[in-house]
Design a protein around this ligand. Structure first.
Ligand code: UD1
Length: 337
């Protein structure tokens, strides 16, 4: 079965392509390489023994999207990763985010709604919950006003899909609300490749560990948590990738209960920033140079998933521990330097 993976050369996309190919799906990657490298194809091929089809173009070009779906009329599903994801950048350049994350989504859905049957998996985020009132966070927690244009694109994106699925009879969709993806493939062939200074915690830690950055700044230690630092739910990217394949299979097998469903994809365990640092120090066998600085604007105090719906309805569960994920991130950092 032929599946399109937009943004399939990116961090989560590339790991998902591997899991799809491992399950025998035929994959077509669409990526404009704005935040990824064609070299990732070699890593995917080294792991799976199969080179996915790759088409390099920008999905913001509507006619190219239309042409692509005409040429690949036998597509049965789309996993849509291609989007911008830097919170700070989205505040500086909101229209870029609305264009990249929403126009492209609309163009793809316009093609999919013409089909008699299609499955669509959307990269959403726990950012849609903002600072949730209750922890762990369930899928029925209220959607809070978005803190950034990036977060808003995920909220609006889900609404666009929900409304479209109501009328597009052949289209079924699942939005996966990721918590914090980290780590790398155990083969060492693919992993995260941040461009410039990493905004996210784990690549900043590993780059500090290898000496590329001098010191990690820990944003605040006066939060109402056990050690004063923020709590997140860090999920191994391979576990996250597997969730996409299971979600897609659910749609292809018509096991979904509604034509649009959402699932939290996390481990269910919250870790503080200091616990993540301790985990790194343990697996790397070296101390990390860090200092406590002021809080970062827009950070929520704590976010971790209630995973019951994903466990019970989707039949998916995260398997990796924080140490295991940190170890894979560290192995990857050492390999690429
Ligand atoms: C947030 C969103 C997530 C979104 C992601 C995009 C929430 C809960 N999460 O992730 O949905 O997809 O942005 O990038 O809204 N930290 C440091 N020092 C650093 C970097 C981070 O102390 O140099 C701390 C942060 O304050 C935070 C934790 O590490 O407590 C994780 O930060 P980060 O990796 O940036 O992810 P989120 O902000 O949780």
């Amino acid at each position: 079965m032929k599946i399109v993976v937009t943004g399939g050369l990116g961090f989560i996309g590339s790991h998902t392509v591997v899991e799809l190919q491992n399950k025998g799906f035929e994959v077509v990657i669409v990526d404009n390489c704005s935040n990824s490298s064609e070299k990732v194809l070699e890593g995917i091929t080294a792991i799976t023994g199969t080179s996915p089809t790759f088409e390099k173009f920008d999905l913001r070009e509507k006619t190219k999207v239309q042409d692509f779906f005409k040429r690949h009329a036998d597509i049965t599903g789309v996993i849509h990763f291609a989007a911008s994801k830097a919170v700070g950048e989205s505040v500086q350049n909101p229209l870029l985010y609305y264009e990249n994350n929403l126009n492209v989504l609309i163009y793809i859905l316009q093609e999919l709604q013409k089909k008699t049957k299609a499955g669509f998996i959307f990269s959403s985020s726990c950012t849609v919950y903002g600072q949730a009132d209750d922890l762990p966070i369930t899928e029925s927690a209220p959607i809070k006003p978005a803190e950034s244009p990036y977060g808003n694109t995920k909220q609006i994106g889900e609404e666009i899909i929900r409304d479209t699925c109501k009328v597009a009879k052949g289209l079924d969709a699942i939005a996966l609300r990721y918590f914090n993806p980290i780590g790398a493939h155990p083969s060492g062939h693919i992993g995260e490749l941040p461009i410039g200074v990493p905004q996210n915690l784990v690549p900043f830690i590993t780059q500090t560990g290898i000496g590329k950055r001098e010191q990690l700044s820990v944003f605040g230690d006066d939060y109402p948590t056990k050690d004063g630092t923020c709590i997140r739910d860090y999920i191994h990217v391979v576990d996250l990738a597997k969730a996409h394949v299971i979600a897609l299979q659910r749609l292809l097998d018509e096991k979904n209960e509604q034509n649009f469903e959402v699932f939290n994809i996390g481990t269910g365990t919250g870790s503080t920033v200091l616990e993540v640092i301790q985990s790194f120090e343990k697996v790397a066998g070296q101390p990390l140079n860090y200092k406590i600085v002021d809080r970062r604007e827009g950070d929520v105090i704590a976010a971790y998933a209630d995973t019951q719906k994903a466990n019970n309805d989707l039949g998916w569960k995260a398997e990796s521990t924080l140490d295991h994920a940190m170890d894979s991130a560290w192995q990857w950092e050492q390999k690429i330097n």
